[in-house]
Design a protein around this ligand. Structure first.
Ligand code: SF4
Ligand code: SF4
Length: 426
């Protein structure tokens, strides 16, 4: 099987030696961070399998689907509507942006003070190690933060099939109109690429499929409100990360299986920790695979993460798309309504994000908030100030962590998290 995969990776133009190094690091990290945890739900074995095959079986599935004429669409942001991709029988995949790889090469094209997430997208391309990127028939960039929108001008030379979607920066009538126009333009491109015309039935079915996925992770989020926590924050994050790669129907079924297991656990007051374990909410920048550093530090220090206010978490999945409508146009409007509510820090002003953090703290009975920022991410770093003041005024302790993808600051992060936990325990 490995031999087949090597041929497959080679046919995608991957640098096999560099790719071996990446897989080796990924496997070791997974053993250390995930498989060493105690008391995991048994149904997490599906996700262990998915990660063990993340560059193998799933890529084979994508290539088989491409042979049947289904396009693969890679993207970097939760504003790219999966429903439209599925409506043309396309497959949506999140692109690897969670590891430090070939940063020396990336920094030849980008300033050093670019966030790790953007450098990672470049590093994976320049290092030729991402089979998702190389399998994509279209790579969708989006004009969100300045770092992303300017870097796409450079990425275009490396990724000829890059499509850039413009996005609003303000929640206004004009902003909503822009989003609607961009989604319609995207739909036309998808129809051209796939050779298929979207029908009401197809789009409605796609909306139902993606809503089912969101409902499953929503149910999981609610189970995490229980005390003792029935699942670790790391495992819940992993599920939210796999959300971006897996077959949506299979993913939904696998999450619902875990949900049923958590239901039983809660019934018997079984948790992954004791009921007096400090409960933390993590808020801020998204954590793409395999960015597990901060949650690993937090849970190794003895706290449990009970919610993520993040695009790889509830910010990305909390809203459903209305399923009713008797024309493609009406259904596209429903999609615009749904995505327009996402409160990414690139919007100005962005008051609903603070409201959501407060609501999530209350619902999850969190004892404190870790505001996680990637260094050089101005939107989230600047927004942290107001969030921190508002929550502290309300008596909710906040720890701000600014970090990157390197392992150099793990000791320092652990010291700060330990001190924060002591503060919470009083
Ligand atoms: S944080 Fe903003 S730019 Fe990043 S994935 Fe989320 S919505 Fe997109
Ligand atoms: S983490 Fe911040 S700076 Fe980096 S891509 Fe996302 S919004 Fe932009």
């Amino acid at each position: 099987m490995q031999n087949d995969y090597r041929q497959m990776w080679s046919s995608l133009g991957l640098d096999l030696e560099a790719h071996d190094v990446l897989l080796d690091v990924l496997n070791k990290a997974y053993q250390d961070v995930f498989l060493s945890q105690k008391g995991r739900p048994e149904s997490m074995s599906y996700f262990d399998f998915v990660i063990s095959e993340v560059h193998g079986l799933r890529i084979k599935e994508l290539l088989d689907a491409k042979k049947e004429g289904r396009p693969v669409i890679g993207s970097f942001c939760v504003f790219v509507p999966e429903e439209l991709i599925l409506a043309v029988d396309g497959i949506s995949v999140g692109l690897c942006t969670g590891a430090e790889f070939a940063f020396v090469e990336a920094e030849k094209l980008l300033p050093r003070n670019t966030c790790a997430l953007i450098k990672s997208a470049f590093g994976f391309k320049q290092g030729k190690v991402c089979p998702y990127l190389e399998s994509s028939d279209m790579v969708v960039g989006e004009n969100t933060c300045d770092g992303k929108k300017k870097s796409y001008e450079v990425l275009r030379d490396l990724v000829p099939n890059l499509y850039v979607m413009d996005l609003p920066q303000m929640k206004s009538d004009a902003g909503r109109d822009l989003l609607a126009a961009e989604y319609r333009r995207f739909l036309v491109e998808l129809e051209k690429l796939s050779g298929r015309t979207v029908t009401v039935e197809k789009l409605q079915q796609a909306i139902r499929t993606i809503n089912a996925k969101r409902k499953a992770v929503g149910r999981l989020a609610r189970y995490r409100h229980a005390n003792p926590a029935p699942i670790s924050g790391l495992d819940a994050l992993l599920i939210n990360q796999v959300y971006f790669y897996d077959n949506p129907v299979r993913f939904t079924g696998s999450v619902e299986k875990i949900n049923d297991e958590l239901d039983t656990r809660i019934g018997s007051a079984t948790g992954v920790c004791s009921a007096d374990t400090p409960r933390l909410l993590v808020s801020g920048c998204p954590m793409a695979v395999p960015n597990w550093k901060v949650p690993s530090v937090v849970e190794k220090c003895g706290a449990v993460i009970v919610a993520e206010e993040s695009c790889v978490g509830e910010r990305g999945t909390r809203f459903l798309t209305r399923e009713t409508g008797d024309s493609v146009d009406a259904l596209v409007e429903n999609i615009v309504d749904r995505y327009y509510q996402i409160d990414c820090a690139v919007f100005t002003p962005n008051p609903s994000r603070l409201d959501h953090i407060r609501e999530m703290v209350k619902d999850s009975a969190a004892d404190g908030v870790i505001h996680y920022n990637l260094q050089f991410c101005q939107p989230y770093q600047i927004e942290t100030g107001g969030v921190e003041v508002a929550l502290e005024e309300q008596g909710i302790p906040v720890l701000r962590l600014d970090t990157d993808y390197s392992s150099e600051d793990i000791g320092q992060l652990s010291t700060r998290v330990e001190a924060f936990i002591e503060r919470i325990l009083g």
